[in-house]
Design a binder for this molecule. Structure first.
Ligand code: ATP
Length: 247
């Protein structure tokens, strides 16, 4: 079974070596995968449905202890996870969700600061069901950041949002990333989201790294940029998608 040993990490936020995971005897989902992520690096993980993206993320999050497998997984001490749904506790107000588990006399202040950072000042006493889907995901981001993570694991965090809200959330994530600079592993189905946000895009194929591509497009990235379009075409081809089918 993989180990979680933050202490031995030095210049890396993630070190994975020879990771394997399988749910049945029929075959592996992750098949001897190697991966390193540098501190402060933003990596997007794409791959066809069933390629093992969530399984890998859960292995990094330490949420798969009952699954059979082997290999080395090292992550930092402070890891936060954000999912497609906010996972706010419905019986706790927003601020109490954000500060859940925090210790120290400044927990409330830190919670309020985090909510302000994600644009939710004034909503701290709301109940989760009173928030829109986008606001719930903002709360989830606040809850993850208030712990000052060295690594943020995000599994399709904007997948359930409409296109306009998703664009706003991209801007927010960029702002939070610039301010806090955790390493990020973002699982996404959205190739444009991956190119717009990440330093590196990894394509997972049959449970191993198929491609590992450095995104060299600078800060301001536009889908209208021919280099953006070329990278999109390459990634879609690697996913086995014909671009005309997507348009
Ligand atoms: N708890 C489980 N029990 C049995 N099989 C599982 C379990 N979780 C995942 N699998 C299987 O492992 C494979 C990879 O699943 P995983 O969720 O990691 O893929 P994914 O790349 O995240 O897919 P998607 O893009 O559709 O979310 C799939 O074939 C899935 O059916």
């Amino acid at each position: 079974m993989a180990t979680h040993a933050g202490e031995s990490l030095k210049d890396r936020a993630v070190r994975v070596e020879g990771l394997s995971r399988s749910f049945s005897k029929a075959g592996g989902v992750i098949n001897g995968l190697d991966l390193t992520i540098a501190p402060g690096e933003f990596v997007a993980l794409i791959g066809r449905s069933g390629s093992g993206k969530s399984t890998l993320l859960r292995a990094l999050a330490g949420l798969d202890r009952s699954v059979s497998g082997s290999g080395i997984v090292e992550v930092p001490d402070r890891v936060s996870v954000v999912f497609q749904d906010s996972r706010l506790l419905p019986w706790r107000r927003v601020l109490d969700n954000v500060t859940l588990g925090l210790t120290g006399s400044d927990a409330r202040t830190r919670g309020l600061e985090a909510l302000s950072e994600v644009g939710l000042e004034g909503r701290e006493q709301a109940w989760p069901h009173e928030l829109s889907g986008g606001e719930q995901q903002r709360s989830a981001l606040a809850r993850s950041l208030v712990r000052d993570p060295q690594l943020l694991l995000a599994d399709e965090p904007f997948g359930a949002l409409d296109a306009l809200t998703r664009i706003k959330m991209h801007k927010l994530l960029k702002k939070l990333y610039a301010a806090h600079n955790p390493a990020i592993l973002l699982v996404t189905h959205d190739v444009d989201e991956a190119i717009a946000l990440a330093d590196r895009v990894i394509v997972l194929v049959d449970g191993v790294v198929g491609s590992d591509i450095h995104v060299d497009l600078g800060e301001k990235r536009s889908p209208g940029d021919p280099r953006f379009a070329a990278l999109r075409a390459r990634l879609l081809a690697e996913l086995g998608v014909v671009e005309d089918e997507v348009a």
